[in-house]
Design a protein around this ligand. Sequence first.
Ligand SMILES: NC(=O)c1ccc[n+]([C@@H]2O[C@H](COP(=O)([O-])OP(=O)(O)OC[C@H]3O[C@@H](n4cnc5c(N)ncnc54)[C@H](O)[C@@H]3O)[C@@H](O)[C@H]2O)c1
Length: 265
Amino acid sequence: MPTYELANQVAIVSGAGQGMGRAIALRLAREGAAVIVADINLKTAMRVAEEIEAQAGSALPLKVDVTSRADTAQMVGESVACFGRLDILINNAGVLAVTPVLEMDDSAWDWQMNVNAKGVLYCSQAAARQMIAQGEGGRIITIASTAGKIPAGKDVPIAGYVASKHAAVGLSKQMALELARYNILVNCVFPGIVDTEMLEVVHGAIAKLEGLPAAEVRERAEASIPLGYFQSPQKVANMVAFLCSTDADYSVGSVFDVTGGAFPY
Ligand SMILES: NC(=O)c1ccc[n+]([C@@H]2O[C@H](COP(=O)([O-])OP(=O)(O)OC[C@H]3O[C@@H](n4cnc5c(N)ncnc54)[C@H](O)[C@@H]3O)[C@@H](O)[C@H]2O)c1
């Protein structure tokens, strides 16, 4: 049974082929929305679209690189061609490189800034133009990170990620003010430490830097969470579903933590 009524709504979820994007796409589809499953990896996007169809939802898998203006414009075009409109954009695609700041090279820096910050700009511009043309408002939600408000700490060398997430948050907050006049509500979600493939990569890289077993790094991270366990991607999807609903129609330019109490600053 849907909790929020999103029937007749059309949503794009970027980076929806796995992890949080997958959980968000499945949840919005369960709420009745038709979902564009956009990912740079078409194979995983197709798999998620099949999962949505298996639960009697509507989905369109698309290969989209969020750092390409052409791809993001086409993504919105396909939404209109296939489902007639666009109501919701979830800026979820993200990448992370574990690189101590003294070793940061251009490619690690540019990759994270391009996907995590410029990708939010490209997707949001294309989506907002369509929402404005429809004249009925919309929702744009950026899946940022607590790394978008505070640094990750001396033992977690992810400066490029922290910088790119701060940029995504600043951009989203400013977009929120400029787009509110069109009733396009822009907000951010800050997940804490979420059990996805990205987390495995982070713990593997930190373990290598510190010469520790990855399991030890994972245990240390889990112990730092006041609730005492990693959150599942579904916890973030729950917050996103709420923010897409009419119950959340007065939140603009806000940030919503889903962290189990971690990073409470
Ligand atoms: N896992 C965590 O602990 C955590 C915590 C806070 C925030 N986040 C953020 O949440 C979001 C989802 O993270 P996740 O853990 O599910 O990551 P993930 O690595 O499991 O999935 C990311 C998805 O984005 C896709 N992607 C990468 N580059 C892309 C591009 N250029 N264009 C389109 N798609 C692209 C990947 O193919 C993948 O399917 C990211 O923005 C991430 O930064 C993650």
